[in-house]
Design a protein around this ligand. Sequence first.
Ligand code: PLP
Length: 640
Amino acid sequence: MLGNGLFITGTDTGVGKTFISSLLSSFWSDDPRFRYFKPVQTGYEIDDDSHTVLHRGSLNADQVIPPVYRFTLPASPDRAARAEGVEIETQRILDCVREYKNNFILMEGAGGVEVPLNNNERLSDLMRHLNLPVLIVASTRLGTINHTLLTVEKVRSLGLHCVGVVLSGEEDEGLVTTLENQGVNVLAYIPTQNEASMDWSQLAADFSALKTTLELRLQPVAAAPSENHIWHPFTQHKVEKDFPKISKAFDATLLTDKGTPILDAISSWWVNLHGHGNREIAEAIAQQAATLEHVIFAGFTHEPAETFANRLLQEIRPINNQWGKVFFSDNGSTAVEVALKMAYQFHAIKGQPRSKFLALTHSYHGDTLGAMSVSERNGYHKYFLPLMMPVDFIDADDFSQLEELLPKMNEYAACIVEPLVQGASGMRMHSPNFLQTLQKYCQKSGVLFIADEIFTGFYRTGTFLASEQAGIQPDMVCLSKGITGGFLPLSVTVTTERIYEAFLSDKKAQAFLHGHSYTANPIACAAANASLNILKRIETRDKIKHISQKTEEHLTVLSKRHSQIKNVRHLGTIGALDITNDSDYFDIEISNRIAKTCMDKGVLVRPLGKTIYTVPPYCITPVELKRVYDVISEALGEIL
Ligand SMILES: Cc1ncc(COP(=O)(O)O)c(C=O)c1O
C-alpha cells in the first residue's frame, strides 16, 4: 500500500526531478494504481517530461496523466503561461487529481517550491491543497546545502510530510554527511550517469533500498484506536457520535482524514476571517513563537500586545473617541465577564453599587456564569438558573418596553447588547434606531453601555464594528472570535478613559483584580496584528463587499425557489433564512437533516434552530459561495 501519492519537488530547477521521477516510476510501473502526473510543463518543445518518464519508467500510456498546462516558453509557469495569454488555475489541477482519487499519483512539480503559478499562487499553495507527502530532489552543485535546508523547512512549514531528500549529480559524499548533520534525511545519493545510455531497470535494481524506504514511509498511518476520551462542547454524546476527523484545512476548505473536502460556510464558529491556514498569519505566528512565546502580563508588557492595542484603538476611535484602554483575555465569554465585572466595580468604587444588569431577550454572551446570566435563559442554561445574577430583559425593537423601564433605569450597572445582529439565537436583526434610543436612556441614568461585538466585529456586518452602522458609542466593546483571523484564542474588552480612571487609586484593592494565565499571549497578539494587516487591505474589503452582495443575490434566488422559507435577511457577510412551520412547534430534526444533507454534499452549515445561515471566511471564492447556496437549496428541496 502506497497511500495516495507522492509529490516530487526540487531545490531548484534542473536538479534531476524528472530523473528521479523516472526511477520511481520504474519501481512501481507494475502497480495498476500507479500514475505519473506533471500538471504544468513549460519549455514543452524542448522538454516533455511526461514522455521521458513514460519511456524510462516503462509505464503504460494510461499510467501517465497528461499535463493540464503545456507552454512553449522555458520559464517559470506564471511567465510561460502569461506569454501565451493564459492564467494557470490551481483548481483545474486539483479537479484533475480528484478524478484519480483511487490511484497512487507520483506528481512532479515545476522548479522549486516557491515558483509562481500565477499572480497570487505559488507551487507551495498547490502542494498545500494536495496534501501529499513530499520528496525533495537536490543536486550536488554549489549552494545545495542552503537550498536544501530552506526547502525542507518550507515543506515542513506547509504542514506537509517531508519523506526525505534524494541527491543526484556529481559524486560528493561529504555533502550527504553535512546535510545529515543538519537534520536532513538523505534517502539516497544517485550519481548522474549518461542518461541516454542508461539501463533503467539496472538502476532500479541498484536502488531497491530506496524503493523499500519510500514504500515504508508512504504507508498510510494506521487509524487511531476507536476508544474515545473526548467530551465535546454542546454535544449530547448519547445520540451524537462519529464526528468527521479534520486533518487539514486551507482557505475555505476543511479536509477530513479520509481526504474529503468540506466547505466551511460558517467560518468554524464564526472565527475564521481570511481562510484556514492563511500563510501570512501562520508565518507571523511561527516568527513570534520563535521570538517570545509567552510572558506573564501582570508587571510585564510586550510589543505584539502594545502594537495591537494601539492599532485597534486607532481603528475604532472614530466610533467613540473616549475609548482609551484595552484589557486582554482569552475568549468571548471572558471578555464579557470582564466587562460586567468592570461595570459592577465601577459603580461600587463610586459608592453607588448597582447589582442588576439589563440585556436583550434572545441574547447570547457566552457560557461563563456572568455571561450566561445576561444571556437568554433558555434550555441551555436551565440547570444554572439559581446561580445567575439579577438581570432584566427587554425585547429588541420594542420601544414601549423601553419606556416602561425608565423609572428603574438607575438600578442597572450596565446594559449589554449584541449590536444589530443577535447571532446565536438565530441571526436575529434589529434596528439602529432602537439601539440609539436604548443607549440614550442608559446614558441619562449612568448605566454603562456594553457592545458585545464578539461575533459582529472585524467587518462581519460590513463595517469594522456593527456599532458604527448602528450609530452608537458604547462605553465598552468586547471583541474576540475573528480577532486572530481564527487561529488562536484571544479577546479584548475596550473601555473609555473615564472607566479606567475610576480604578486608579493608591490602594491596590481598588484595581481591577482580574487576569488569566495566558492574558495577551504574544503569539495570539502577533496573529491579531497579522490579521489586521490583511483586513486593512483594499482587496479584503472588496471581498467583503462582494460576499455581501452575492449573499443577498443567492438568498433572493433561494426565497423564490422555496416557498417554505421566510424571514430571509442579510447584513454584511451574514446571510440567514428561517424554515416555516405551520404550528408553533418546530421539529429540530428538520434542521439536523438539512445540516446532514449539506455535509454529505461537502458543505458545513450548522443551523440555529429553524434558522439556516452562512457566515463564510472572507477568502471564499464566488464559485464556492455559489456552491454553498446551491447545496443549501438542494438540501431544502430534499428535506422540506
Ligand atoms: C455575541 C457573542 N458573545 C459571546 C460569545 C462567547 O464567545 P466564546 O465562545 O469565545 O466564549 C459568543 C459566541 O458565540 C457570541 O456570539
